[in-house]
Each structure stands twice: as C-alpha cells, then as structure tokens.
Design a protein around this ligand. Structure first.
Ligand code: NAD
Length: 296
C-alpha cells in the first residue's frame, strides 16, 4: 500500500484523507489549523510538522488547498513539496486553482523528474465524505494510471482530461455552466412568480422539458420542490457562493487569457460578486435566487 502525504485537511481534504486511511493507506498529514489536524489524528492519521516531513515520507502526495497562492507556496517554496520529495514520488493537486498555476507547478515538478497531476474535484463535502467525488485529471497518461488506485479510494468517476492544467480547465468550464444555469433557473422561477405561474407547475413542466438541467432537478433554488436542495435548509451550504464566485473568476481570467468570449459567464461572475458583497459569502450558491429577486 502506498504511503500517502496529505496537505490541506479542510472541509474537503479531511474526509478525503479519512477515506484513504479507511482503505488501509498510512497517511501523514499537515494543516495550519490545529483543530483539523486533531480530527485527522483521531481518524488514524499521523501529524507532520513541516511540508518537508510530509513529502520525504510519502510515495504519493495529495494537496487540497484553498487557492493558487497556497499551491505555489506549498509546492515551489524552499522546503516545499518539489524540493523535498524523493525520486519517484507522485504529486497530485486536487485544489481548484487557475490553469496557469497548475501548469507552472507541473513544469517545476517535471524539472526535478517528478510526475505531477492536477486533479480537481466536483461533488462537494458530501461526495468527499461518501468517497464518490468526480476527479478531472490533467497530466501524462502514465502518471494518471499510477494515480488511479489512489483516486478511486476517494472518488467514483475518474476522468483523464489531457495534459497538465486540463483538469483545472475542465473544472472551471463545468462550474461556469453550473453558475450560469443556477442563475437561469432562478430567473425563470422569479419570472413565473410574477406571471402568476405556480412554482410546482413550472417544475413539473420544465423538469420534463427542454429547460431541464441539474440546477433545476437536483438542486432547485426554490424550496419545497427537490427534497435534497439547500433551499429547504435556508440555503445552508453545500457549495458556498464565495466558492462559486472564485470559480467564475478563474473562468473569466482563463477566458481573457485565451481570447474566448464568455458574456454569460462574465454576467454570472458580476451577479455572484453582488450576492457575496451583500454579506452572503457563506450561503449556498443556490441562494442567488434572493439576489435575482432583489434586482429590479
Ligand atoms: P477549506 O478552506 O475548508 O480547506 C483548506 C485547508 O487548507 C484549511 O484547513 C486550511 O487550514 C489549509 N491550509 C491553508 N493554507 C495552508 C498551508 N499553507 N499549509 C497547510 N494547510 C493549509 O477548503 P475546502 O472546502 O476543503 O476546499 C479546498 C479546495 O477544494 C479549494 O480549492 C476549493 O475550491 C475546492 N473545492 C471545494 C468544494 C467544496 O464544496 N467545499 C468542492 C469542490 C472543490
């Protein structure tokens, strides 16, 4: 069984690391938040004090960090993962970061002869706990095959999206669809309300018609229509509006850098920014329907 190092034991990282432990791996972990480390140790993990300690004791290093800045720091810094890993160690970053950071870190790893994958996820905290995450993986095919048995302990759908950075590209494209479709569904229900069309009636019709989409039938922003929706729990996250905004901004940065036209993606980022600025950063992203209602 591969020895695994895990850096970033937050809402996602902790349950992912727990699933690796449950599967029989020995896992050495690190986080700057001591409460998270305590939970990791209680689950059978071994706490490390430095990045170097994690990297030098592991066959595979997995990171699950907030954003690109932390990923660059942990991988590229003095005493970082790339400087400290032994030859043959496989590096997997599952954080959601910009494509440029993913490619820069991967190139630095290659410079030391280390294989690296960007492997962001979808499925949220529930998927991390259940071990049913989707992994979108960028990097070379041999490294992907090597990583698969480890990723399968944490996820159900593991897709090789192409070379370095393509996992991140898939993630931000998917989440741009999600952000835009959640707003579209919200606008439709608010319009229906104003036209005197009952929400249940619109749901019954659209969920079986061409307007059907995940934002409507799995995560409906109107309470009372889909039992598992955060709308039924006062929009308790779930996937926060702040995280959606982060991903929509990454998509906008990538669109600008690559010359792609994404006007609806840009509007979605603006709307989520307004929602977050109204004090709702921690609310589930489907709460955007409140912003749609407020806008005149
Ligand atoms: P989180 O903030 O709960 O976890 C990040 C952890 O990293 C924290 O525990 C923090 O203390 C730790 N950390 C930060 N800097 C560190 C450092 N220098 N060294 C060691 N530890 C450090 O965030 P999360 O919800 O677990 O998300 C992690 C990543 O997964 C993000 O990139 C996010 O966009 C992505 N993601 C999250 C979800 C979700 O639903 N939460 C879904 C898909 C993807």
């Amino acid at each position: 069984m591969a020895r695994i190092g895990f850096i970033g034991l937050g809402n996602m990282g902790l349950p992912m690391a727990q699933n690796l432990i449950k599967a029989g791996h020995s896992v050495v972990g690190l986080d700057v938040t001591s409460a998270q480390v305590d939970k990791f140790v209680a689950a059978g993990g071994t706490a490390a004090a430095t990045v170097k300690e994690v990297a030098s004791a592991s066959d595979v290093v997995v990171t699950m960090l907030p954003a690109g800045a932390q990923v660059r720091d942990i991988y590229l810094g003095k005493g970082g993962v790339i400087a400290s890993a032994n030859a043959g160690t496989l590096l997997i970053d599952s954080s959601t970061v910009d494509v440029e950071t993913a490619r820069a870190v991967s190139a630095a790893a290659a410079g030391r002869g280390l294989a690296m994958l960007d492997a962001p996820v979808s499925g949220g905290v529930g998927g991390a706990q259940a071990g049913t995450l989707t992994f979108m993986v960028g990097g070379d095919a041999a490294a992907f095959e090597q990583a698969k048995p480890v990723l399968e302990k944490m996820g159900k759908t593991i897709v090789h999206a192409g070379g370095p950075g393509n996992g991140q590209a898939a993630k931000i494209c998917n989440n741009m669809i999600l952000g835009v479709s959640m707003i579209a569904v919200s606008e439709a229900f608010v319009l229906a309300e104003k036209l005197g069309l009952d929400a249940q009636k619109l749901f019954d019709i659209s969920s079986k018609s061409s307007g059907q989409c995940w934002s409507m039938t799995s995560y409906c922003p109107v309470p009372g229509l889909v039992p598992a929706s955060p709308a039924n729990r006062d929009y308790e996250a779930g996937f926060t509006a702040a995280m959606m905004l982060k991903d929509l901004k990454l998509a906008q940065d990538a669109a600008k850098a690559s010359g792609a036209a994404t006007p609806l993606g840009a509007d979605a980022a603006t709307l989520y920014q307004r929602y977050v600025d109204s004090g709702e950063a921690g609310r589930d992203f489907s709460g955007i329907i409140a912003q749609v209602r407020r806008d005149k």
